[in-house]
Design a protein around this ligand. Sequence first.
Ligand SMILES: Cc1cc2nc3c(=O)[nH]c(=O)nc-3n(C[C@H](O)[C@H](O)[C@H](O)COP(=O)(O)OP(=O)(O)OC[C@H]3O[C@@H](n4cnc5c(N)ncnc54)[C@H](O)[C@@H]3O)c2cc1C
Length: 504
Amino acid sequence: MAKEFYDVVVVGGGNAALCAALAANEAGASVVVLERAPEAESGGNSRYTSGSLRFSYNSVDNLRAVLRDLSDAEIETMDFGTYPVEDFFDDMFRVTNYRTDPLLCEQLVTRSYDTAVWLASKGIRFIPRLAHAFQSEGRFKMSPGVVAEAIGGGEGLVARETEIAIKNGVTVRYSARVLSLNFDGHAVRGVRVKTGATISDIDAGAVVLACGGFEANLEWRTRYLGPQWDLVKVRGTRFNTGDGLRMALEIGAAPFGNWGGCHAVGWDSNAPEFGDLIVGTGYQKHSYPLGIMVNAEGRRFVDEGADLRHLTYAKYGHVILKQPGQFAWQIFDSKTISLLREDYRIKQVTKVKADTLDELARKLEGVNPNGFLDEVRRFNNAIQTDLPFSPAVRDGRATTGLDIPKSNWALKLDQPPFEAYQVGCGITFTFGGLRVEATTAQVIDLDLGAMPGLYAAGEMVGGIFCFNYPGGTGLTSGSVFGRIAGGAAAREALGGRAQQRAFA
Ligand SMILES: Cc1cc2nc3c(=O)[nH]c(=O)nc-3n(C[C@H](O)[C@H](O)[C@H](O)COP(=O)(O)OP(=O)(O)OC[C@H]3O[C@@H](n4cnc5c(N)ncnc54)[C@H](O)[C@@H]3O)c2cc1C
């Protein structure tokens, strides 16, 4: 049987892969998408998301090109703020401690808006992200930068991207696990793929790797992230086991970025081993800025109000993992219970409720009750009450005199009923990846030379995130670098084909 040939082979079936496929297709290349998961579980971590992505904009008029269905009457009820590129840069620099690679970060930030517009122009429909907006003065106040989400969330995003790709002639194969890259010592010429029980080779003008990090590989987690990372729950797909990273490193690609780091959050203690597409993001518990978190000793261990939720949540999973027993309880009283996100209302929740703090202390499984009561007393006494509580902005309502302060949204826990939610650590994705050239996403080898025929996108790109992550940037990174990689791979493949024809 003759070997198959595509101009561009895309490995993976999530957002980065599908953006690469759309861009390569747009550039005139023949494209096949090889997705390891069966169709029912396809779409990678992208499918588990809320479909929200971070991008810069200077005005509501900018947003109209992304939020195309928005009416003037609706706009009147919403406060989107603005998010100029400078603010996006600031957030990236701050959360990564200035360790984000400047060239990659520049592409991410400066191409975020036009990539969101590109997705909308392809047929992805976005709506305002109202679910997590706070009502203020009769308007929905949104978190600037993360104001749009795809209709149907991550599930809708992936389904629509796939539909558009197929409609435009891209071939999509499920249960197709790429095992290795076919490399002739100079260039990548294709892939070896296992489809069901059959192993075959597909030749290609170029290959885009967009097959995720190693978050679902327990052994690699322990090896690179460290002890205890074998114990965490995986928030998303079970298929991101580092295959793409391994096969690229095997042929000399350079690793890059924070291989010891990852995105990890507070995640229901009783969540399953891997993500559950029905519950989706429901196991996350992201309203901790409205209350306190205590460990087995009953002690607070982190500044719950250090910054806006979307700038702290991705690093607090690590902190929870370091606590005795690797768990924490989040505590709220009736003043904030009505403000808790929808994640707190799912059926599969580890929760206790009490009418007094003493009763709550007895119900917090694994927690020293006296330590807890003592901690709440100290916390309540340390709150400055002269500033109003305002959950939509950094309100500066802080504690004084505590070893671990609460810098914003500090409210006494004194009004029953009390509710508590137990969380452990849930890993989202790993930060370490491959070194790529920023403007083409072409993979770089250990001699720092570009590798002909090989590109990478999404979680596989190392060097963008370090220590922490601003919410909504994973999909943006996948879209920006997927689009870049797909376009560049197509140019290389079609250029090569034209050359071959000229020599024939
Ligand atoms: C619960 C959850 C919620 C999140 N919420 C958000 C959010 O709201 N906004 C946001 O920006 N980010 C969010 N993220 C992060 C975001 O999902 C990722 O950063 C982003 O989707 C990664 O895209 P990707 O295409 O690189 O990887 P993925 O979407 O994970 O795709 C990787 C693909 O590669 C496939 N694959 C793996 N190995 C192989 C192989 N050998 N051969 C072929 N295919 C292979 C997998 O099956 C998968 O389809 C969330 C993540 C999780 C888990």
